[in-house]
Design a protein around this ligand. Structure first.
Ligand code: MG
Length: 386
């Protein structure tokens, strides 16, 4: 036969209830573009594929309309179930039917060109081709008579894209009307069509929960914050010298409203900066009596609460203390451990450095100590999408 004409139906009409949030799953951002765009891109770039059809919920048009600028996309209104949505796509193709059709879940962004090729190759010898992978976990069947262990060797987890000879899939769907099947291969099995299995791919996983977005796609974003602080060194203070949450033995101490921990203040400003949350003075005004002699560890805790509220986690923090006196070398290890504990990360994710200004300026004259901090934060994205 001449080159087969091939259409792809991408199904994106589901309500993605397990994902939560306001944006439907196919349109969540994954690595800088909507989940759906990843698979559209693969299909659009495959030389054998003629037509891309998206079965979607018209209420999601504000999400899928922008995709039409990048892809030659034909959008068809979906049905109430996945099976009805696929049928809507098949029906839309009926006036100018393709030879073969691939049916793909929008929630599988990592479909590869090699996998598409395997499915298409299978279609030259079978009317229905589905990618499948071996099952790694032992599967139990919970029946009325108790629990039974299934033979894992014989089990396969199926994926999409599933490929079909168009006319036969359309006929099978018409025959299946009124009955619900979980995928198109099941529709074909019910119609007595032989189904060929080809190798699927572990990476071609389906996004179902927010954790999947994180695991599969790294759906979030990295944010950076920087902080800087200075406090004056004073004699005869009635407080210890605190730097990065560690008491440093010294006849001098830092002056300030709170405990004046210059290292933690720079760190807090870096955390707030990464989150777009202003600065330490806005959150803990020196004009408020309740912050008098406050433990700066409490400021870090509040900044971390804001980080976590956005689904964020600290990737790493790097703090530089700039001081002529006291010598800090012996305290850096304790500072690193303390900061790591306050941020809730391993010590390997924290670095504390100490330097001098070679005797220059107010720091060189031992009038004060400065600190700089840089933090990197990874936000899982769900809160930042939009
Ligand atoms: Mg300060």
């Amino acid at each position: 036969m001449a080159e087969p004409r091939i259409a792809v139906i991408v199904v994106a009409a589901g309500n993605s209830s397990r994902m939560g949030g306001d944006v439907p799953k196919p349109y969540l951002m994954l690595g800088g573009k909507p989940v759906l765009a990843h698979s559209l891109e693969r299909f659009a770039s495959h030389p054998a594929i003629d037509r891309l059809l998206l079965v979607a919920n018209p209420e999601h048009s504000k999400h899928y309309d922008p995709l039409k600028e990048s892809y030659d996309l034909w959008v068809v209104k979906g049905g109430e179930t996945r099976q009805q949505s696929v049928f809507a796509g098949l029906d839309a193709l009926a006036d100018n039917p393709p030879d073969w059709v691939l049916v793909h879940d929008a929630a599988r962004p990592n479909v590869s060109l090699a996998l598409i090729d395997r499915v298409l190759e299978g279609l030259s010898s079978a009317p229905a081709v589905i990618p499948a992978i071996a099952v790694k976990d032992t599967i139990k069947l919970q029946g009325e008579a108790g629990v039974q262990t299934l033979n894992r060797e014989a089990l396969r987890a199926v994926q999409t894209p599933q490929g079909f000879h168009y006319a036969e899939l359309l006929a099978a769907h018409i025959a299946a009307r009124g009955k619900e099947y979980t995928d198109d291969a099941a529709v074909c099995e019910a119609a007595g069509m032989p189904v060929l299995l080809v190798d699927g791919e572990e990476g071609n996983a389906k996004l179902t929960t927010p954790e999947d977005m994180h695991r599969i796609g790294g759906a979030g974003e990295h944010r950076i914050g920087s902080g800087y602080d200075v406090h004056a060194l004073i004699e005869n203070a009635d407080r210890p010298l605190m730097i990065c949450g560690v008491e440093v033995p010294s006849p001098l101490a830092l002056d300030g409203h709170s405990d004046a921990d210059v290292g933690l203040h720079a760190l807090v400003d870096a955390l707030l900066g990464a989150m777009g949350e202003g600065d330490i003075g806005e959150h803990f005004p020196p004009s408020e009596a309740r912050w008098k002699n406050a433990d700066s560890a409490d400021f870090v805790a509040e900044a971390m609460r804001l980080v976590k509220a956005r689904g964020g986690a600290v990737v790493n923090a790097d703090i530089t203390i700039i001081a002529e006196t006291p010598k800090l070398m012996a305290h850096k290890t304790a500072m690193r451990a303390r900061v790591a504990a306050l941020l809730g990360v391993k010590e390997s994710r924290v670095n504390v450095k100490a330097t001098t200004t070679e005797g220059l300026g107010f720091i060189g004259r031992k009038e004060g100590i400065a600190a700089q901090a840089v933090v990197s934060i990874y936000c899982q994205g769900m809160e930042l999408v939009g």
